[in-house]
Design a protein around this ligand. Structure first.
Ligand code: 0O2
Length: 266
């Protein structure tokens, strides 16, 4: 097939990948805005390279005419989570979306591959609008933890280096590393609540400080300089104590002052 034809064939897959990445990134920002814990840590996408498609059709003995029907990971999305528990939350989010229909799932976390590979795969059907009309694209979504991803990325590059002849001692070491990933994910899960609390309070504090700074900025336009300096000094003093309750009280008081000015100027 000529390169131009490949480009045309892959174009809707590129559109699907771009759209889905944007949607998941937006979802992450919505969680942040709402001050809620986001089960997604990172999201990335890719369209399979022509060389990898050719390799796959050769390996699986697929006719080139049937590649769109038989290869379901031309469009690929990878969602990385911090904790194993987050994976099922992401699966629920995907399953309940109106813009993608789950066609198949492969749970390589419950049943890891002989290589030691662990990840949760979902094949979803996703509609894109092109100049030739609507096209339904299969998209493979891989969901895994940061630790599983670390292992998979390293193993994938070694597979690439050794092709089908990976030395047995490297294979053994990878297998041991895969066991270590399970231990690591289990350990991390046991302190998930602590980490989530720490992250939530960090996010809450960051949001509060942003709101205080916004209020102080708007006060700069209306209050006199001495008042602003006093407010700033009080803010720094409370901020340095790390006392969240005092910071929240300070924010409420500042809001009352700002409201007073707002009513004067309305
Ligand atoms: P790339 O470069 O990521 O596109 P098969 O491809 O024969 O294994 P199938 O049914 O097409 O089987 O898909 P499967 O196994 O559900 O998932 C395919 C993708 O999962 C792979 O794509 C990898 O991204 C990942 N994967 C599956 N097994 C392994 C593994 O043992 N190690 C690593 N590192 N990744 C794996 P591609 O096409 O191999 O490559």
């Amino acid at each position: 097939m000529e390169m131009q034809l490949w480009k045309e064939l892959l174009s809707p897959y590129k559109l699907a990948v771009n759209e889905i990445v944007v949607k998941f990134k937006y979802l992450m920002s919505e969680y942040k805005l709402a001050g809620r814990y986001c089960p997604i840590e990172q999201v990335e996408g890719r369209v399979k390279k022509v060389s990898s498609i050719l390799e796959k059709i050769h390996k699986k003995n697929i006719d080139i005419e049937e590649l769109e029907e038989k290869i379901e990971d031309i469009a690929g999305i990878r969602i990385i989570c911090k904790f194993v528990e987050d994976i099922s939350l992401v699966v629920d989010i995907i399953s309940s979306r109106g813009d993608m229909e789950v066609k198949e799932v492969k749970d390589y976390i419950k049943n890891s591959k002989p290589s030691g590979y662990r990840s949760y795969h979902m094949i979803v059907k996703y509609k894109v609008e092109t100049i030739n009309g609507t096209k339904v694209i299969p998209v493979e979504i891989q969901i895994r933890t940061l630790a599983m991803d670390f292992w998979a990325v390293i193993e994938h590059s070694l597979q690439y280096k050794y092709k089908h002849n990976m030395p047995s001692d490297i294979r053994n070491r990878l297998s041991k590393a895969a066991d270590a990933v399970i231990v690591m994910d289990t350990e991390m899960s046991s302190i998930r609540n602590e980490i989530m609390d720490a992250q939530n309070s960090f996010d809450v504090k960051a949001k509060l400080v942003t709101e205080i700074l916004n209020l102080m900025q708007s006060l700069c336009k209306v209050a006199n300089r001495r008042e602003i300096v006093n407010i700033q000094n009080e803010f720094y003093r409370i901020y340095m104590t790390g006392d969240m309750a005092a910071l929240k009280r300070f924010y409420r008081e500042l809001d009352i002052i700002a409201e007073g000015y707002r009513s004067q100027y309305d």
